[in-house]
Design a protein around this ligand. Structure first.
Ligand code: PEP
Ligand code: MN
Length: 263
């Protein structure tokens, strides 16, 4: 169902608020790694909106490597995201970690499946029954074929609104957190009709690499970017080392929109 052979036209995802992904415009999804406080999420939301982001990201349930790291605010985090949405009008994108949480996500605009759950097939099957776009991230060490099969799990359940997200893969290189597989963009767009977005923040792990990787993503034909932004990166409870400040995001968004228009 994800295969372009049987579906030559690009899939365009439209949200009830009129936002689109995959229609040739550049989609910018921005926000903190984790929702931390009301002030934090509301401030970041209003700043990224002012810079032109169309969606707010923020994790409430966090897949942390260490069980002793901040695990996210859970349902409180979802409530704070909805509050930021009510204040700014930005639809929210947030990660689901478990089938046990499906009911909590019914009022989320786009449900994210994180890299670590790309092959949680039971979760994918359940998301296939939902009437909601799913932002599916590529696993840390998964092939594009496996990635597309995971999209297939969701689509075969009846939910055809899948957004593919390349977020860097594990390689021998240690300078960056992951290695952005830029070739994934044209390959996924050739093999499939689904929108493709790039997450340069988790690929790079370093703020100054976010801009060049974003530019490369646009040049390669990506439909959008999902970028981590925090109002106080030094104090962030997760991924502070890679997030941009709202000012940095503002400057970047201008450059990205200019570059996209010049294509
Ligand atoms: C995230 O988006 O904060 C995240 C945990 O991403 P990934 O699943 O790509 O590691
Ligand atoms: Mn993160």
């Amino acid at each position: 169902m994800a295969n372009r052979k049987f579906h030559p036209d690009d899939t365009v995802i439209t949200l009830p608020g009129g936002q689109t992904i995959g229609d040739g415009s550049l989609t910018l999804i921005a926000g903190p790694c984790s929702v931390e406080t009301e002030d934090q999420i509301c401030e970041v939301a209003s700043r990224v909106k002012a810079s032109g982001a169309q969606f707010l990201r923020g994790g409430a349930f966090k897949p942390r490597t260490s069980p002793y790291s901040f695990q996210g605010l859970g349902t409180t985090g979802l409530d704070l995201l909805k509050e930021a949405r009510a204040k700014t009008g930005l639809p929210i994108v947030t990660e689901i970690m478990s089938v046990a949480h499906l009911d909590l996500f019914r009022d989320v605009d786009i449900i994210q499946v994180g890299a670590r759950n790309m092959q949680n097939f039971e979760l994918l099957k359940q998301l296939g029954k939902m009437d909601k776009p799913i932002l599916l991230k590529r696993g840390l060490a998964n092939t594009l074929e496996e990635f597309l099969m995971s999209a297939e799990y969701i689509m075969s359940g009846g939910n055809e609104r899948v957004i593919l997200c390349e977020r860097g893969i594990r390689t021998f290189e240690t300078f960056t957190r992951n290695t952005l597989d830029i070739s994934a963009v044209p390959i996924l767009k050739k093999l499939s009709h689904l929108p493709v977005v790039i997450d340069p923040s988790h690929a790079a792990g370093i703020p100054w690499l976010v801009e060049p990787l974003s530019m490369a993503a646009i040049a390669a034909g990506a439909d959008g970017l999902i970028i981590e932004v925090h109002n106080n990166p030094a104090k962030a409870l997760s991924d502070g080392a890679q997030c941009l400040t709202p000012d940095q995001f503002d400057a970047l968004a201008k450059k990205l929109n200019t570059a996209h228009q010049a294509l």
